[in-house]
Design a protein around this ligand. Structure first.
Ligand SMILES: Cc1cc2nc3c(=O)[nH]c(=O)nc-3n(C[C@H](O)[C@H](O)[C@H](O)COP(=O)(O)OP(=O)(O)OC[C@H]3O[C@@H](n4cnc5c(N)ncnc54)[C@H](O)[C@@H]3O)c2cc1C
Ligand code: SF4
Ligand code: SF4
Length: 418
């Protein structure tokens, strides 16, 4: 391989972004393909991050890049001479051979040109078809949602000061050659629809941890207010339940590894930032691995109530909120609670098309996640001949682990070059 051979990275979450920037900074031509309109993946929705409790918009991975501050999403992704970013784009087919792949990309319509949009917000004031996915979105541009088009869309096109909007834009197909492919397609937070005991999607006050993170975030739909989704009433008691869909033969047999930590991160944020709100956690085991044990200790000190057992039923309470019956396995008793918000720590599952992607690339999977080519080798990021994976595409992982794997991928690719 020579340095000028292109590398294709599929997925622009923390892992894919890190691999892309490491490679591009090392002189390797890199194409980063992201199916959404903005990069960042799940991390965009997580508010504060363990282990540092920083705002999730910032990552230290880009601190050595000249001309930008530490925020990852404001990094010069659009201007990097070695990096081509394709948002709203998916991989349609992979042909050719390892070291010389021929990849067909489906590039979705680019209604708003990110190089022209100055985020003035004028189109958003005129029509709800123009949305800002996140204040930290990258590329820094609004997105046009055709399904939400109304009578004011044309006026927005005419009044856009930089003529950034083209409603006639069409999808295009593009074929690129790449010597190496990196799978960084990430994970999906399981939505436990149909799990009888929890009534998720039937009772509005039953939410997942990702949905709670959106409620805590000042940039979220409730502007950071912790209120009952059912009636906007105040939240005085939050109950969390662990291992929903994980360690369960009917759903996912594996432990999702980080859900104890992010549940306790949220418990800690509520204890620190929301005066007078009680938090209870129903668990089978608390697995705060490595340095994260401090979240468990902090939560206990802050008065979080830990109940070892299982939730029996959740139902609507007469005066608003929810009634929850829990079997406490230490006391060998059933306990009744009145709570305002019931939060499910659900499994991290493989992203929707991971099987399709694996078939296209001829690589193995395990529990639906991408699997190492040789699990005994210690090189977990090598998943095929000239095919690599990093981050949660390989299984549940926190951000620092995803970043470390992405750097390992970049190093492996560089080692194979002249
Ligand atoms: C509730 C919750 C709280 C968390 N809190 C923390 C925390 O405080 N600290 C921490 O370290 N970790 C935390 N995590 C874990 C963190 O979200 C992950 O470690 C991190 O986001 C993984 O990044 P990733 O790039 O591997 O995957 P993702 O963020 O899932 O990114 C994958 C990207 O690939 C794109 N993609 C997928 N398929 C395709 C395709 N076919 N073509 C093109 N693009 C595709 C997706 O759109 C997405 O942008 C939390 C997780 C949850 C659920
Ligand atoms: S009016 Fe134009 S420049 Fe302003 S936010 Fe909309 S698309 Fe961007
Ligand atoms: S990390 Fe905790 S909540 Fe998540 S599956 Fe493992 S034990 Fe259950």
């Amino acid at each position: 391989m020579i340095l000028s051979d292109k590398v294709l990275i599929i997925g622009g979450g923390v892992a894919g972004l890190t691999a892309a920037i490491e490679l591009a900074d090392s002189g390797v031509k890199t194409v980063l393909v992201e199916r959404q309109h903005t990069v960042g993946g799940n991390a965009l929705d997580l508010y504060k991050a363990f282990p540092t409790d920083d705002c999730f918009y910032c990552f230290e991975a880009s601190r050595f890049r000249p001309g930008i501050r530490k925020c990852f999403y404001r990094s010069a992704l659009l201007d990097h001479p070695n990096l081509e970013l394709r948002t709203n784009t998916t991989v349609e087919a992979v042909a050719g051979s390892p070291g010389n792949f021929e990849v067909t990309l489906m590039v979705g319509p680019q209604y708003v040109d990110p190089m022209r949009c100055i985020m003035c917000g004028l189109c958003q004031k005129l029509s709800s078809a123009f949305v800002l996915i996140s204040p930290q979105c990258q590329p820094q541009a609004v997105v046009y949602v055709p399904d939400q088009a109304d009578d004011n869309v044309k006026e927005a096109v005419e009044k856009c000061p930089t003529k950034a909007i083209n409603l006639e834009a069409q999808p295009t197909e593009e074929v690129i050659r790449a010597s190496d492919i990196v799978v960084a397609t990430g994970y999906h937070e399981m939505k436990p629809v149909g799990m009888e005991e929890y009534h998720y999607e039937e009772l509005p006050d039953v939410v997942t941890q990702l949905e709670l993170a959106r409620m805590l975030d000042p940039n979220g739909e409730t502007s950071g207010q912790l209120v009952r989704p059912s009636d906007g009433g105040p939240v005085k008691h939050v109950m969390m339940v662990q291992c929903v869909g994980s360690r369960d033969e009917n759903y996912y047999p594996y432990c999702s590894k980080i859900c104890c930590v992010f549940a306790l991160k949220h418990a800690d944020i509520i204890a620190q930032e929301r005066e007078g709100v009680q938090v209870s956690v129903v668990y089978m085991d608390i697995r705060t691995y490595d340095r994260h044990e401090r979240y468990y200790r902090k939560s206990r000190r802050a008065g979080v109530n830990f109940i070892r057992g299982r939730v029996q039923t959740v139902s609507k309470a007469k005066d608003g909120g929810l009634e929850v019956i829990v079997y406490d396995s230490l006391l060998d008793r059933y306990l009744k609670f009145r709570v305002d918000l019931f939060v499910l720590s659900t499994a991290l599952e493989p992203s929707a098309e991971s099987n399709e992607m694996a078939q296209m690339l001829g690589i193995r999977t395990s529990n639906g996640f991408v699997a190492s080519l040789d699990p005994t080798s210690g090189d977990e990021v090598i998943v095929g001949d000239h095919v690599y994976a990093c981050g949660t595409a390989l299984g549940p992982a926190e951000v620092p682990e995803s970043v470390t794997q992405a750097r390992a991928v970049a190093l492996k690719i560089l080692q194979g070059r002249k």
